[in-house]
Design a protein around this ligand. Structure first.
Ligand SMILES: Cc1cc2nc3c(=O)[nH]c(=O)nc-3n(C[C@H](O)[C@H](O)[C@H](O)COP(=O)(O)OP(=O)(O)OC[C@H]3O[C@@H](n4cnc5c(N)ncnc54)[C@H](O)[C@@H]3O)c2cc1C
Length: 380
C-alpha cells in the first residue's frame, strides 16, 4: 500500500528547509536576482545545516539519505527562490557520477570537499552540443600518467565558484557515445579558463558560464572509476538521480507563486469584491493547486523508485517534463492574477515566472523528456 505520510524525521527535515527558505532565501531573493549576486553565504549556511549533501554517503560527511528526503528539501528551496535552488544544486549534480561510479580515493577526496562546503560543477554541454550529448567535441588524450583535456563547455552552473568540475570527454571518438569518459578536473589547473557570467533571463543569482580546457593536464587517477569509456552511463545516471530534485524545485516555485497569488487575490478588489471571489480567478487557483499536487506525486514516485534501487528513468522523465511545464503555467497565471503589478519586478511573481522557464530547458528539455518517455513506452 502506498503511504503518503512523512516520517517524523522527514517532517523535521522539511520544516528545517522551510524555515531556511522563509528566513534566509525569501527575504534576499529579489536583491540577489536584481544584482546578479551569487548567494555564497546562504549556500554555506544551507551546507552547514546538512541540507545540500543529503545524498552523499555518511562516510564522506554527507547525510546518507535518499532521493525522497532530497526532493522534500528541494521543494522548499524552490519555494524560497528557483535561482537559489539551482545555484545550491550544482555541487550535488557534479557529485552524482562520483557517487555512482567513483573510486574510493576519488570519493574520499572530492565528495568530502563538497561536504566541507567547496563548490563543484557539472560540465557536459558545449556550444554546439546540448540535447545531443554525443555531439560533444571535448577530448582527453592519455599521456603517461596524465590525460590532456581540450575542449569548451557551455552554460555551466556554478562554474565561477567551483573548486572542481565533472567533465565529460571523448577518450575514443571511434566508439561513439561508448567512447566517453568522465574526469574530475580541479579548477585551479593550468589551462582552465572561465568565460564571463551569462546575463540570463531568470535565476540570475545562479552563476552560469563557459569553461574552456586548453591542454589541461589531469592526473590519470582523476579518470572517474579508473576505467576509460564509462562516462556516458555515468553522466546519464546522474540525470536519473538529479531529475526528481530539479522537478521538485519546480513544484516549490509553483507553490510559492500560488501562495502569493492567493494572498494578493484575497486583498485586491475589483467590481466591489476581492478578485478571488470572481470565479475566473478562483478556478485559476484551483487549477494551480491540482497541477502542483499532481506534479508532486510524480516527483515523489520518481524519488521513491530511485531509493528502491530500481531504474527510475521513465518516472524521472515524467516528473521533469510535467513539473517543469506546470511551473511555467502556474507562474504565468500568477502574473495574470497580479494584473499590472505582476508585470513589475516589485512583486515576486515576475521573478518566479522568469525563473520557471529554464527548468523546461536544462537537465534535458521538455522535448527530450518526451523522447525518453516515448522510447520507454515503446520498449514496454
Ligand atoms: C541557466 C542554464 C544552466 C545550465 N547548467 C548546465 C550545467 O550545469 N551543466 C551542463 O552541462 N549544462 C547546463 N546547461 C545546458 C542545458 O542542459 C542545455 O541548454 C540543454 O540541454 C539544451 O541544450 P541546447 O541549449 O544546446 O539546446 P539544443 O539542444 O540546441 O535544443 C534547442 C531546442 O531544440 C529542441 N530539440 C533538440 N533536440 C530535439 C529532438 N531530438 N526532438 C525534439 N526537440 C529537440 C530542444 O528541446 C530545444 O527546444 C544549462 C543551461 C542553462 C540555460
Amino acid at each position: 500500500m502506498v503511504n503518503f505520510d512523512l516520517t517524523d524525521e522527514q517532517q523535521m527535515l522539511q520544516e528545517l528547509a522551510r524555515d531556511f527558505a522563509n528566513e534566509e532565501i525569501k527575504p534576499n531573493a529579489a536583491q540577489w536576482d536584481k544584482e546578479s549576486v551569487y548567494p555564497r553565504e546562504a549556500i554555506a549556511k544551507a551546507n552547514e545545516l546538512g541540507l545540500l549533501t543529503l545524498k552523499i554517503p555518511e562516510e564522506y560527511g554527507g547525510g546518507g539519505m535518499g532521493s525522497f528526503e532530497e526532493v522534500l528539501v528541494l521543494e522548499e528551496f524552490g519555494f524560497g527562490d528557483p535561482g537559489f535552488a539551482t545555484a545550491a544544486g550544482s555541487s550535488m549534480l557534479a557529485s552524482y557520477p562520483l557517487i555512482t561510479g567513483g573510486t574510493e580515493a576519488q570519493k574520499e577526496k572530492y565528495l568530502r570537499m563538497v561536504t566541507d562546503g567547496k563548490i563543484a560543477a557539472y560540465c557536459v554541454t558545449e556550444p554546439g552540443a546540448g540535447s545531443d550529448v554525443q555531439a560533444i567535441q571535448t577530448e582527453a588524450i592519455k599521456d603517461g600518467d596524465e590525460y590532456i583535456i581540450n575542449g569548451q563547455k557551455m552554460w555551466i552552473t556554478g562554474a565561477g565558484h567551483a573548486d572542481w568540475f565533472f567533465v565529460l570527454a571523448y577518450t575514443d571518438k571511434n566508439l561513439g557515445y561508448k567512447g566517453m569518459s568522465g574526469f574530475i578536473v580541479d579548477s585551479d589547473l593550468e589551462g582552465v579558463e572561465l568565460g564571463k557570467k551569462e546575463e540570463n533571463m531568470g535565476q540570475r543569482c545562479s552563476d552560469t558560464r563557459s569553461v574552456t580546457f586548453n591542454d589541461v593536464r589531469v592526473p590519470a587517477e582523476n579518470l572517474i572509476g579508473g576505467k576509460e569509456n564509462d562516462g556516458w552511463m555515468n553522466a546519464m545516471k546522474a540525470f536519473d538521480l538529479s531529475r526528481p530534485s530539479i522537478s521538485s524545485h519546480a513544484v516549490g516555485n509553483a507553490r510559492g507563486a500560488m501562495e502569493e497569488a492567493i494572498a494578493y487575490a484575497s486583498e485586491r478588489n475589483a467590481f466591489n469584491k476581492p478578485i478571488i471571489r470572481h470565479q475566473a480567478i478562483s478556478f485559476m487557483i484551483a487549477d494551480m493547486a491540482t497541477k502542483i499536487e499532481a506534479a508532486r506525486m510524480l516527483v515523489w514516485k520518481a524519488a521513491m523508485k530511485s531509493d528502491s534501487g530500481e531504474s527510475n528513468t521513465l518516472e524521472a522523465a515524467h516528473a521533469k517534463r510535467f513539473a517543469a511545464d506546470i511551473a511555467m503555467e502556474v507562474t504565468t497565471d500568477a502574473v495574470q492574477i497580479f494584473g499590472g503589478y505582476g508585470y513589475s519586478e516589485e512583486y515576486p511573481v515576475a521573478r518566479r515566472m522568469r525563473g520557471a522557464k529554464v527548468v523546461q530547458i536544462f537537465e534535458g528539455s521538455s522535448q527530450i523528456q518526451r523522447l525518453i518517455i516515448s522510447r520507454e513506452m515503446l520498449q514496454k
